[in-house]
Design a protein around this ligand. Structure first.
Ligand SMILES: NC(=O)c1ccc[n+]([C@@H]2O[C@H](COP(=O)([O-])OP(=O)(O)OC[C@H]3O[C@@H](n4cnc5c(N)ncnc54)[C@H](O)[C@@H]3O)[C@@H](O)[C@H]2O)c1
Length: 321
């Protein structure tokens, strides 16, 4: 019996695979990343390929006796999705239907879906609860919502058991699994990179949002906490339950300017930055209520303070050198 992690060569996938391996589970990773999977990390059996390839998914499920799928493979950049909605609907919706159809045909009916806070769209300054009506403002958010909505129909027709995890802004890193900060699109690695490596200032997109300091406020959750949420959601499904819809977040809002302050404090160096207009599809304030995840799968964040997040990124740079 094994667990298939799609997109398991990526940022959240490698951390999730490491945790599942440590918990004694057999992990199979399906990913189309051109650079493949780092073998030295021993994260699981690697199957190079695309989620949209139904025949490959079916043979992978059969060959490895897969019972459950943690579906992380996706295109995941809001700004890019505004330019190329076609790619986002093809990869995040079309390929996910191929995966679900392959799973149901092979009778592998346990499914954890990586969704996103982008399904909520714009919000006021209250914490977002899962029962808020979703209203995505980007093709990325819309693509994830379409799959969320399909799952109950797959449950009714094919007996799929599922959990939807709406990750907020995933950040931080574990030793050996950090990203290349010089090419990362995430705000904390980019800010650390500006201080440690680069002459180029950080671009702060939007300074006139209706937030206390005018910069965008987000809810940053440590990738180790997200990996643990995936494992706890898997346990929930394995107990025979289904239908969880959960925010996975810290429950705390942090602005871009507060991140800059935290990086300055921990490195002792000023972060050079310039300010730009806000990007289309970027809401002002996105912060979660995380009480439902505690109730349903017994999960709450433990590593997701801004101090720990920044430290872990700095340490992951050191540990890669
Ligand atoms: N990182 C975040 O802040 C965040 C927030 C909310 C939701 N999510 C969701 O979590 C998931 C993982 O995100 P991540 O940050 O690890 O992204 P990532 O880009 O680091 O990893 C995604 C992986 O999926 C693979 N992939 C993409 N399309 C594929 C396909 N069709 N077939 C096979 N492999 C494919 C990529 O090669 C990559 O290795 C995504 O579904 C994303 O939407 C991430």
């Amino acid at each position: 019996m094994s667990i298939l992690i799609t997109g398991g060569a990526g940022f959240i996938g490698t951390h999730t695979a490491r945790l599942l391996n440590g918990a004694g589970l057999d992990v199979v990773i399906l990913d189309n990343a051109p650079s493949g999977l780092r073998e030295d990390l021993r994260l699981g059996t690697f199957v190079p390929g695309d989620v949209a390839d139904e025949a490959l998914v079916r043979s992978t499920i059969r060959d490895h006796a897969v019972t459950a799928v943690i579906h992380l493979a996706a295109s995941a950049h809001i700004a890019e999705s505004m330019q190329r909605p076609d790619l986002y609907f093809a990869n995040n919706v079309g390929a996910t239907y191929n995966l679900l159809n392959a799973m149901c045909a092979e009778n592998a009916t346990e499914f954890i879906f990586a969704s996103t806070c982008a399904v909520y769209g714009d919000s006021d300054t209250s914490a977002l609860r899962e029962d808020k009506a979703p209203a995505p403002v980007s093709p990325y958010g819309e693509s994830k919502l379409q799959i969320e909505r399909a799952l109950q129909w797959y449950e009714t027709a094919f007996g799929l058991r599922w959990a939807v995890l709406r990750y907020f802004n995933v950040a931080g890193a574990e030793p050996g699994l950090g990203e290349d900060i010089s090419s990362s699109r995430r705000i904390i690695p980019r800010t650390v990179n500006c201080v440690l490596n680069s002459e180029t200032p950080l671009s702060v997109f939007g300074t006139s949002f209706p937030t206390p300091d005018g910069s965008a406020v987000r809810d940053y959750v440590h990738v180790s906490d997200v990996a643990r949420a995936n494992l706890q959601a898997l346990r929930y499904i394995q107990r025979g339950q289904s239908g969880a819809l959960l925010n996975i977040a810290s429950g705390v809002g942090t602005s871009v300017l507060e991140i800059i302050d935290a990086v300055t404090e921990q490195t002792g160096k000023q972060v050079p930055f310039d300010t730009r207009r806000g990007r289309p599809g970027d809401p002002a304030y996105v912060v979660a209520d995380v009480s439902e995840a505690q109730k349903v799968i017994g999960w709450s964040p433990s590593e997701s303070t801004i101090e720990k997040l920044v430290t872990s990124v700095i340490e992951s740079v050191v540990s890669r050198e």
